[in-house]
Design a protein around this ligand. Structure first.
Ligand code: DGL
Length: 271
């Protein structure tokens, strides 16, 4: 059943899942390419961050939250908009959920193809950098490249702060990105969905000679493929929604951001 085009089942509702606000970088691209889709944005903010969690805890946590979300809303496609979770849990999730599961994983193949000098950077969470899935992608698609990897949870926090309207310490951003400075990379993979939210800041620090690559476009195209046999006819009564696992003041601070993505209707999952 997985990865087959959906049968007519309208309107298509896409569950976009992340630990925090990172998945919004994927929502933006889905909304741009597939405006007829309805989005249920699910943030497991109670268990944020995912990038430092043990592999065993992470799989069961993701399973639990996704199940709660799918019980609450009729979901057609699940998007794991989180590299830290996808690089670990995709096979499990594809075996345990009836919906197609699309995973955001590091864009190593496109980056290796794009790089002219075959020096690329991988910027991800510590979890994603250490996964065997990620190492395999490098072996399979970037064996001709010199790959510099940096795993940072601090950068994930900076993206969260930015979306809550808080000030970002440029010095902190610079110290995280410093290991890339003298490597001569011409391409940097943003392998955490939080990082495209800091694209401008990262680009300013690394300079325009470094191309930044992420997975959002490929994910939206994959969803479009899955929806190919579905007529895009939207029921006006269907609305986007946002689901959180913890109710706290940080969620309140996201009001303007959620509004920007038309996700104002917030609900809370008991998990
Ligand atoms: N946005 C996530 C990712 O793509 C996870 C960040 C985190 O919770 O550590 O890896």
């Amino acid at each position: 059943m997985n990865n087959k085009p959906l049968a007519a089942h309208l309107p298509a509702r896409i569950l976009v899942f992340d630990s925090g606000v990172g998945g919004l970088s994927i929502v933006a691209e889905i909304q741009r390419q597939l405006p007829a889709c309805r989005i249920s944005y699910c943030s497991d903010n109670a268990a944020f961050p995912y990038g430092t969690k043990s592999e065993k805890d992470l799989i069961s946590r993701v399973d639990k939250v996704l199940r709660a979300a799918c019980n609450l809303e009729a979901i057609d496609i699940i998007v794991i908009a989180c590299n830290s979770a996808s690089t670990l849990a995709l096979p499990y999730l594809r075996n345990h959920f009836e919906q197609p599961v699309v995973g955001v994983v590091p864009a190593i193949k496109p980056a290796a193809q794009l790089s002219k000098n075959k020096r690329i950077g991988l910027l991800a969470t510590p979890g994603t950098v250490s996964r065997s899935y990620t190492r395999q992608l490098i072996d399979d698609f970037a064996s001709d490249c010199q790959v510099t990897s940096v795993g940072s949870s601090q950068l994930v926090n900076l993206a969260e702060q930015k979306l809550r309207g808080e000030t970002i310490e440029q010095a902190q951003l610079q110290s995280i990105l410093k290991p890339f400075k003298n490597t001569g990379i011409d391409t940097l993979i943003l392998a955490c969905t939080h990082f495209p939210l800091l694209k401008d800041e990262i680009q300013v620090y690394l300079g325009s000679a470094v191309s930044l690559v992420d997975s959002a476009d490929a994910i939206a195209r994959r969803i479009a493929y899955l929806l190919k046999s579905t007529e895009t006819k939207v029921d006006p009564k269907e609305v986007n929604s946002s689901l959180f696992t913890a109710k706290n003041s940080d969620v309140d601070k996201l009001f303007d951001v959620l509004k920007k993505y038309h996700l104002q209707h917030s609900r809370y999952l008991q998990v």
